[in-house]
Design a protein around this ligand. Structure first.
Ligand SMILES: [Zn+2]
Length: 292
């Protein structure tokens, strides 16, 4: 079972989060036919957004990464219920392994931006972005949080892909400094992180998120453990709303061509067919909205 934990290290001025999401990444790999490097990149983004959304009480967070590399844009979304979904523009990018590692940074690229969109169901959606520094995602996310949100953060994300392409391990952790943190405890944590094993090593040894945080802080209080799953929010109604949003002219073009409209969801690959008769109805609705 994939899950994320939110914890407070006892007697330390930090917030800590850790995630294990192998099943979620394996699910998206199968749905989208991801190559190993695409699995690794999207898996890291999904683990990252799971960490960011771990303390949401409502709404959702979208992580967008566009580094100009061969994978193209990566999207990962998480909500307050632990539903995750994500997609990568070019899922069939194959790059050679370098130093026993999938070259995620090269596949993502670093000529672009990482953006975080927070939709808490309020009137305004909060969005902020910052230039990518490495395309490795964890580093970029830490830089984003530290600079853009002004919360000094350490992030580790990792995905281990088997030779047959299946996912062996996926997850990560996020440590955030509270304003009261003392220089001494910050230095101690930095020293610990410097010599800390790779997240993929720990996860493939079946270390749990709780155990990984205990290795970092020896004593932690778990505030919440939240189950995670791959779940898309698309529906026929949303597809129809999207068609209406295209406008009258587009709908009239579909009707002229006498074609039903096929839309495939990028996240779950569900195919929606909207028949011609329904498009005519949607056009009528749109005209009524405008007229009224
Ligand atoms: Zn979908």
């Amino acid at each position: 079972m994939a899950y994320v934990v939110r914890a407070l290290p006892v007697n330390k001025n930090f917030r800590a989060f850790a995630v294990e999401c192998k099943d979620v990444v394996e699910t998206v790999r199968k749905i989208q036919g991801l190559s190993p490097v695409a699995s690794a990149a999207l898996g890291r983004a999904l683990a990252g957004v799971a960490l960011l959304s771990a303390d949401l009480k409502t709404g959702k967070i979208l992580l967008q990464i566009n580094g100009g590399g061969p994978l193209g844009e990566i999207l990962a979304e998480g909500n307050y219920q632990g539903d995750l979904r994500g997609t990568v523009r070019n899922p069939n990018v194959y790059l050679k392994i370098k130093n026993k590692k999938l070259p995620v940074g090269e596949a993502v690229g670093k000529n672009g931006f990482i953006s975080v969109v927070k939709d808490l169901g309020l009137k305004e959606v909060y969005q902020s972005s910052i230039k990518l520094i490495s395309g490795e995602i964890a580093e970029d996310l830490a830089y984003y949080l530290t600079v853009s949100e002004q919360i000094p953060s350490a992030v580790s994300l990792g995905v281990l892909v088997n030779t047959d392409g299946s996912i062996l391990a996926a997850g990560g952790f996020l440590i955030q400094k509270l304003p009261e943190a003392q220089d001494k405890e910050i230095a101690e944590l930095e020293e610990k992180l410097k010599n800390f094993p790779l997240i993929t090593t720990l996860l493939s040894q079946n270390k749990t998120p709780e155990e990984i945080l205990e290795m970092l802080f020896s004593n932690i209080k778990i505030l919440e453990k939240r189950e995670l799953r791959y779940k898309c929010t698309c529906s026929k109604e949303r597809v129809e709303n999207m068609l209406i949003a295209l406008g009258e002219k587009e709908l009239e073009d579909f009707i002229k061509k006498k074609e039903s409209v096929e839309v495939t969801c990028h996240f779950c690959r569900t195919k929606y067919t909207i028949p011609l008769e329904r498009i005519k109805e949607l056009l009528k609705e749109l005209k009524e909205i405008k007229g009224g």
